[in-house]
Design a binder for this molecule. Structure first.
Ligand code: SF4
Ligand code: SF4
Length: 177
């Protein structure tokens, strides 16, 4: 496996190069969604995360914010023994879509010395599910996944493997001559 620093350095260029093709692929996938798509994604996700160690990466925590639900905020504030209002005013803000997100990146709870999370056991649901490539009804999150291929080297690999596994080649219609 390539060194993670090299993978992260190469990722923006690779994701940019494949973006158009991936967008088209997802659009075709939406038109003709194979019944076993979620099953295939689950397999690809598991295979990729057997090879990829998030503790050698941390790029999601370094560069983007998860969405914090009300439940997340309550759970984390309680864990930190903070009042919800204080937690929100100290760490969070509303984004353009009115979701609660972190005020700054890297994440306040990220330890850059070893890529760990200070609040791992109570982290937001969005963090525990990221990059969502094993999610049910994957077809509903293809736009989000396209964005995640620019951030997450595992998501990038999973999508590239998906294209190989389900190439969506149109059937050639038989014609009489
Ligand atoms: S809460 Fe933890 S897992 Fe989530 S972005 Fe911050 S450091 Fe990463
Ligand atoms: S989920 Fe992706 S971006 Fe986040 S640490 Fe793991 S490999 Fe890196």
């Amino acid at each position: 496996m390539k060194d993670m620093n090299k993978r992260l350095a190469e990722l923006p260029k690779l994701a940019e190069e494949t973006k158009k093709e991936t967008k088209k692929y997802f659009s075709n996938l939406k038109r003709r969604t194979p019944k076993n798509l979620d099953y295939v994604m689950q397999e690809l996700h598991e295979a990729e995360f057997k090879k990829t160690d998030c503790l050698s990466c941390g790029n999601c925590c370094k560069t983007t914010s998860p969405i914090f639900t009300e439940k997340d905020v309550e759970r984390i504030s309680k864990h930190l023994r903070m009042k919800v209002a204080k937690f929100e005013s100290q760490y969070l803000e509303r984004d353009d879509d009115d979701f609660m997100v972190l005020k700054s990146a890297p994440c306040t709870f990220f330890d850059e010395s070893d890529n760990t999370c200070f609040i791992y056991d109570v982290r937001p649901k969005a963090c525990s599910e990221y990059p969502h490539t094993n999610r049910k009804k994957f077809i509903q999150i293809t736009e989000l996944t396209l964005t995640n291929t620019e951030i997450c080297p595992a998501a990038y690999n999973i999508v590239e493997e998906l294209k190989k596994k389900l190439p969506l080649v149109s059937k050639i219609k038989k014609r009489r001559s």
